[in-house]
Write a protein that binds this ligand. Sequence first.
Ligand code: SF4
Ligand code: SF4
Length: 248
Amino acid sequence: MLIDCDVEGPNSHIFFKEPMVKFKDVSIPAPKFDLEKCTLCGKCAEFCQYNAIAITGEKLLFFEELCHGCGGCKILCPDDAITEADHQIGIIEKGGKKDLMLYHGLLNIGEPFGVPIIRELKQFADESKTTIFDSPPGTACPAVEAMRDSDFCILVTEPTPFGLHDLMLTVDVARELGTPFGVVVNRDGIGDDRVERYCTGEKIPLLAKIPNDIQIAKLYSRGMPIVEGLPEYKAVFSGLYDKIREMV
Ligand code: SF4
Ligand code: SF4
């Protein structure tokens, strides 16, 4: 099973011929303010870490697009002036084929926070199958949420100073989460050997190297998996899978 957790720009589906079909809406609880009851005490605005509420003079202003749906303001309100209503932030779509199911999420344009969609997506993981979570890049909340509770993380990087910088940050996150991990070097052949030296020094397993091959880029642009167009790469990926199975 494949679950694409990059809810701001999922792209795993381009490698499937089957269309994606809407499966469900994802909502967060957003506060609704009863201005008859509100005494403008300001406790909700003071509490909100995301600056979604402001009290200006005789007015309470609510910026729904900044709200993360944590529910804290409702709990705190001393005058029972806050109720909650569902605010739809995106959808989940389902596709793929019988032997390789695909789920992905789509965050609505303008919504700042995709983590609730990632949490819901991860509920579809089938414990009886190998499930791959395709994480968003970086080390922000969505990437951390995708990595959380995984059995193993494959950290894909490029052999450049920029790749090494991001890799070091991601290694810190994986260590903090206590998740075993290894590194795959993509576009091997560009840049230098600092990523490899870093992995050796930190005793991080280097699981595979994928060469900087223009044929791979051409297949990618046509939505074709590498192993279908260039079967000689099958050994790289089956070797990667075998190495991970030995470690988890
Ligand atoms: S905490 Fe309740 S009463 Fe106080 S400003 Fe917010 S909504 Fe109004
Ligand atoms: S639910 Fe949380 S994030 Fe949204 S306005 Fe209330 S305190 Fe702020």
